[in-house]
Design a protein around this ligand. Structure first.
Ligand SMILES: Cc1ncc(COP(=O)(O)O)c(C=O)c1O
Length: 371
């Protein structure tokens, strides 16, 4: 099986540890093991736990705790994975056949197009429109989601717009998927990272064809433990487990144990509150910085997530502009082309204040040179 390069991830892996300022991230600055110990992870007693294999689809305790977040779900609806990305991958591997269509919103996290094409499926995009608050272009949506569409992939809250779909839009998407017999894969890894709005509603429970993926990487702020999950009908979860056995067997034992602590309701709320606090502190700094460029930058402020998606007013391809910022300012940002939207840049707003201010200053120096 050949697979195209995942442009954004490869760019990040190549440069994020080399540049002075990595402003390409999308989660808040991560928690430490000490902070997790304070939440109840017993490191001392874990030192004596034999490091054998963990249960490959996730321990019963962890699946039970995750299932409790999704009304009506049992442990048989849940598969624990190595990050949300593995959950998305397992769903594609278990469901897609050559010749299938996969619909997806753009801009987006661009894992699914590469995976779908590697499995012989065709990708049919539909755009989110900034002019309508990043809701789908419904004509494009209707054209993209047909009875041939096996899977629809969206992220809600969305990476990179930081937008949350309205209840009406969610209903319309679910209804269409029911009608066309399409799996609706809602990647909800940013759910809980809302800045100044109520908690994002999950798609879970809205229809028979809904699958949700999520994990600890973004709203929780714990990407390094590499724990994600999928929640779907038991037959689908079982099919994903079958794939999992062949790939990584399962998540690692320590991560499973840490995740059991993180997903406890009180701890989850504590993680989300920490994320919100960081973002509420940083968003006004980003706003002031954006405003300082007059009309050169335009955006719709994110409702959730540690990302600012900015349209820039210059006739330069986004990859070229991002490379200029990296080469001349040792600062990494994500070009819009890597998230399916030319003419934009994605910039991290989840770091410490001093770090973010200096990163923004460096990016701004290149904008000033362009104007
Ligand atoms: C929408 C979305 N899904 C999944 C991932 C990958 O998540 P994980 O680190 O849990 O594998 C990302 C990372 O940026 C993302 O933005």
């Amino acid at each position: 099986m050949s697979i195209e390069i995942f442009q954004m991830e490869r760019m990040q892996s190549t440069w994020e540890n080399i540049v002075d300022y990595d402003m390409s991230e999308s989660g808040v600055r991560p928690l430490t093991l000490r902070e997790l110990s304070e939440m109840g992870f017993d490191l001392e007693s874990f030192l004596d736990v034999p490091l054998g294999y963990s249960q490959s689809n996730g321990t019963m305790e962890l699946r039970e705790a995750v299932a409790a977040h999704y009304p009506g779900a049992t442990i048989d609806h849940v598969e624990i994975t190595n990050g949300t990305s593995e959950a998305n991958y397992l769903i594609a591997l278990s469901q897609l056949q050559p010749g299938d269509d996969v619909a997806m919103e753009l801009p987006n996290y661009m894992q699914m197009p590469g995976v779908a094409r590697s499995l012989g499926a065709s990708v049919k995009p539909f755009r989110l429109r900034q002019s309508s608050g990043w809701e789908p272009d419904w004509d494009e949506f209707e054209a993209a989601v047909t009875p041939k569409t096996k899977l629809l992939y969206l992220s809600n809250p969305n990476n990179p717009t930081g937008a949350v779909l309205s209840d009406d839009a969610m209903r319309r998407i679910v209804d269409r998927c029911e009608k066309t017999g399409t799996w609706l894969l809602s990647d909800e890894v940013y759910l809980g990272a809302e800045i100044d709005r109520p908690r994002t509603r999950t798609f879970w429970g809205m229809g028979e064809r809904v699958i949700v993926t999520s994990g600890l990487s973004k709203a929780y702020g714990i990407p390094g433990v590499r724990i994600g999950w999928l929640v779907g009908p038991p037959s689908l979860a079982a099919a994903c487990w079958t794939q999992h056995d062949y790939i990584t067997i399962g998540p690692n034992k320590m991560s499973d144990r840490i995740a059991r602590v993180a997903v406890q309701p009180a701890n989850r709320e504590q993680c989300y509150a920490r994320t919100r606090e960081i973002l509420r502190h940083n968003l006004p700094i980003a706003r002031e910085w954006v405003d300082s460029f007059g009309g050169f930058l335009s955006w719709r402020e994110p409702q959730a997530g540690a990302i600012a998606l900015l349209a820039y007013n210059a006739d330069v391809p986004s990859v070229e502009l991002a490379e200029r910022v990296r080469e001349r300012q040792s600062t990494l940002i994500v070009p819009g082309a890597h998230v399916g939207l030319e003419g934009y840049l994605r910039i991290w707003i989840g770091g410490r204040e001093e770090f973010m201010r200096e990163g923004l200053r460096r990016i701004g120096a290149e904008f000033a040179a362009l104007r």
